[in-house]
Design a protein around this ligand. Structure first.
Ligand code: SF4
Ligand code: SF4
Length: 180
């Protein structure tokens, strides 16, 4: 595939830009434009006048919960069948497609003769994951989703970024290390 490279001219450093005053005023103009446009939109809403876009609202995160879009990719979770066994058949498609190489699965024979294999261990290192969603797309049995409504994933230790199978299935609560 041919790659097109577009050269972008670096703006000239004129005397006016090096003075910074003009650039500072241009930045302030953008800030005040947003301020007055938002004020106007909120005032229109307060007076019940329709036909204007809603004004922006600042979410007081982390005091208020994060607002997540319907299609936001959150922490992974593994799904179960009706009989409460994991859906995963250890086909390794998600591990193979993962661009960050952060999924590690070991397989074993499944007791059910209709299912060839099942996962013995299933780890995802969320410290490496780029949240691309390829693993979810690749899964042929709909065994993995990224809808755990969990976006606060920071940890004090790297090992705490690795979620194992019981944690991904929701059978075990993740207990993070204490800060040192
Ligand atoms: S979301 Fe992407 S990077 Fe993360 S585990 Fe899935 S395939 Fe890998
Ligand atoms: S693609 Fe789905 S079935 Fe295959 S190993 Fe991953 S989670 Fe399991």
């Amino acid at each position: 595939m041919a790659i097109t490279v577009r050269a972008v001219e670096r703006p000239a450093r004129t005397f006016a830009t090096q003075l910074y005053l003009v650039e500072v005023w241009r930045g302030l103009a953008v800030t005040f434009r947003h301020l007055f446009v938002n004020l106007f939109r909120h005032a229109m809403k307060a007076f019940g006048i329709k036909g204007y876009l809603p004004g922006s609202v600042t979410i007081q995160y982390p005091e208020d919960p994060a607002v997540l879009g319907k299609r936001a990719r959150m922490r992974h979770r593994l799904l179960k069948r009706d009989d409460s066994t994991p859906r995963c058949t250890a086909c390794l498609l998600c591990e193979t497609i993962c661009p960050a190489k952060c999924i590690r699965i070991t397989a074993e024979d499944a007791p059910d003769p209709k299912i060839e294999k099942r996962a013995k261990t299933f780890d995802i290192d969320l410290g490496l994951c780029v949240f691309c969603g390829y693993c979810v797309e690749a899964c042929p049995v709909d065994a993995i989703h990224m809808d755990a409504k969990d976006v606060e994933l920071s940890a004090y230790a790297r090992k705490d970024m690795i979620w194992d199978m019981p944690e991904l299935l929701g059978d075990k609560v993740k207990v993070p290390s204490r800060p040192v």
